[in-house]
Design a protein around this ligand. Structure first.
Ligand code: ATP
Ligand code: MG
Length: 575
């Protein structure tokens, strides 16, 4: 490809609306252009990258025995009513009506459609196992589509679905996918960690995420997930699923009697612990949440934080948020109190379900809100002053240096980008949608299913997050839009132009994906663009060509060597 013909416009500046580096670089280097919020044009360079990722995915999926198909992007509401998700899937589901007033949605995922395909196409256990996949655009009306391709509203996903006759079959299908995913990301030049995770709105029990780990620094905050991991035994989990053994802290308030004391303006745990001169670990915190429209009071030890996904799952919820002040007021009205947030306690609350984290069980002579403003109850004990809630679960966020449940070593935390996800769905969809097959014994049984996603467009962005420097992108070779760029320093110099053309033609003949920067531009512009666009190898033909030497640069390391044009070509051919 001649650069003068390549459809690409690089920008001098980063776009002002981009926060994360992959978004900034992909726009500035001319890979993507925003059409509307969270919806991007994939320009020619981007499309080459995406097709490379797709091809790797396709090859590995095919090798694993899965078969590719393509399901419609638009789906009828009927299937979603059957599965029960029409009501519970949140605002991310883009709903629309056709001219006959029939309700439809844009596919955010395809469990319903694939289950209907399995229901019609698989009659007998003899046809099992089956794994079907597609690579296609998805639409999710994400609330904050602000990270470019990392979190688009329209994005490209590979989604696969397995059908098995029994649990052992599913275990096997799951294992095959886990292995394929590991190979896929390796081949893309991306190191990933397979971590345990929550199964979320899709349902089911076991799931793992493939995370690209990114460091948290000022410039790079793209990792939306906290991954906790053990350096000793390899345990690792997304924060929404991670568990830990807590280090010992003081849990006895050592108050000599139980009484109500004045605690003016102590709205936060910090203010309260400072005012009473006690550690926060002897305070029982009470927070009001709204889960699927119902009020929940969650108790947790003052030094720890609620993990909202765990809390939501404790009530099999689909949606969770902290209660607004007017909602707290409503609860206070029903219960006959008038306290504001910060002074709420479980005692006497009406119209609210109460749940406690395990951390509150061991509290003694502790401090707790009693629904009176500017007051707290100190020296409280369970069973005497306040009832210990019946529902006690692990609803807390793990913290760094908590201990690993498998080996007791301290846990570490890092940021991760979820590029892939594998789920054991079990019979969630097959039962709800009555998708059955005839088993060996002649009985009709629901399929045991799994689902497996890879964010194709997110994977490309994650690669940029992992591989870049201040000058631009450093594509891993396997997914780079082109392998080499040949840059003559001066388009006025006949020898330089001739040698550059020769190198270009030799590489073209050898079917190497090569760009010749034949533009009438200053050398600085051409070299900067090559770095920005991130082509893995650059062959620069400059003045040294009179000694038959060119500059050969590897973008990943920025290492440069001066070699003959022939050697440069053979180095590329040897890749
Ligand atoms: P997230 O938690 O990041 O919202 P998810 O768990 O809802 O993602 P899945 O339903 O598991 O996503 O989808 C499978 C894969 O699709 C994810 O692992 C991710 O790589 C990709 N993906 C999901 N949502 C988006 C999005 N908004 N933009 C780009 N890729 C996405
Ligand atoms: Mg996921």
């Amino acid at each position: 490809m001649r650069m003068s013909k390549l459809f690409v416009q690089t920008l001098r500046e980063f776009p002002s609306d981009a926060e994360v580096i992959s978004h900034k670089l992909l726009v500035r280097a001319g890979y993507i252009r925003k059409l509307t919020n969270g919806v991007y044009n994939y320009l020619p360079l981007m499309w080459r990258v995406l097709k490379k990722i797709e091809n790797i995915v396709r090859e590995e999926m095919d090798a694993s025995g899965a078969q590719e198909l393509l399901m419609p992007f638009v789906q009828p509401s009927e299937l979603w009513l059957e599965s029960g998700r029409w009501e519970v899937y949140g605002k991310e589901l883009m709903r629309l009506k056709d001219r006959h007033n029939r309700e439809m949605c844009l596919g955010p995922t395809h469990e319903e459609v694939i289950t209907s395909i399995g229901r019609e196409g698989i009659r007998s256990y003899k046809q099992l196992p089956v794994n079907l996949y597609q690579i296609q655009s998805k639409f999710r009306d994400e609330i904050r589509p602000r990270f470019g391709l990392l979190r688009g509203r329209e994005f490209i996903m590979k989604d696969a679905y397995s059908f098995d006759a029994d649990e052992q079959g599913l275990d096997k299908s799951y294992e095959i996918m886990a292995k394929a995913y590991t190979r896929i990301f390796e081949r893309c030049g991306l190191e990933t960690k397979m971590v345990q995770s929550d199964s979320g709105a899709i349902g089911g029990s076991v799931s793992h995420e493939f995370m690209v780990l990114v460091n948290e620094d000022a410039e790079n905050n793209a990792g939306e997930n906290d991954v906790f991991y053990c350096t000793k035994c390899g345990y690792s989990a997304n924060s929404n699923h991670a568990v830990s053994i807590l280090n010992e802290v003081e849990t006895d308030g050592h108050f000599d009697c139980a009484k109500i004391v004045d605690t003016p303006n102590t709205h936060s745990i910090e203010e309260l612990s400072e005012f009473l001169k006690i550690p926060s670990s002897v305070i029982c915190k009470c927070l009001i949440y709204v889960i699927d429209g119902k009020y929940v009071a969650a108790l947790i030890r003052g030094d720890r934080t609620i993990e909202e996904t765990k809390l939501m799952n404790a009530f099999q919820g689909n949606d969770i948020r902290i209660a607004r002040n007017d909602e707290i007021e409503e609860i206070m009205n029903i219960s006959g109190f008038n306290a504001v947030a910060g002074f709420i306690g479980p005692k006497g609350l009406k119209g609210v379900e109460i749940i406690a984290d395990e951390t509150v069980k061991d509290l003694k002579n502790f401090v707790i809100g009693i629904n009176q403003n500017d007051k707290h109850f100190v020296g409280a004990n369970w069973g005497i002053d306040v009832e210990l809630p019946q529902k006690i679960e692990d609803i807390r966020l793990v913290e760094e240096n908590d201990k690993c449940v498998d080996c007791n070593a301290p846990l570490k935390v890092t940021k991760g980008i979820e590029v892939g996800n594998i789920f054991k769905l079990g019979t969630k969809y097959s039962k709800a949608m009555n998708a059955t097959f005839a088993d060996k014994d002649g009985q009709e049984k629901p399929f045991i299913m799994g689902c497996y996603g890879i964010g194709i467009s997110r994977t490309a962005a994650a690669a940029v997050e992992r591989h870049h420097d201040e000058f631009g992108i450093k594509w891993p070779l396997a997914i780079a839009p082109y392998t080499v760029i040949v840059v003559p320093v001066s388009d006025q110099d006949e020898t330089q132009m001739r040698v550059a053309e020769e190198i270009y033609n030799k590489l073209l003949e050898a079917k190497v994906e090569v760009i010749l920067d034949d533009r009438q531009e200053r050398a600085g512009v051409k070299l900067k663009d090559a770095d920005l666009i991130g082509i893995p190898y650059r062959i620069t033909v400059g003045k040294t060509i009179k000694d038959n030497l060119v500059e050969f640069k590897e973008r990943a390391t920025n290492n440069m060597v001066t070699i003959t044009p022939d050697e440069a070509v053979s180095r590329i051919l040897a890749l």
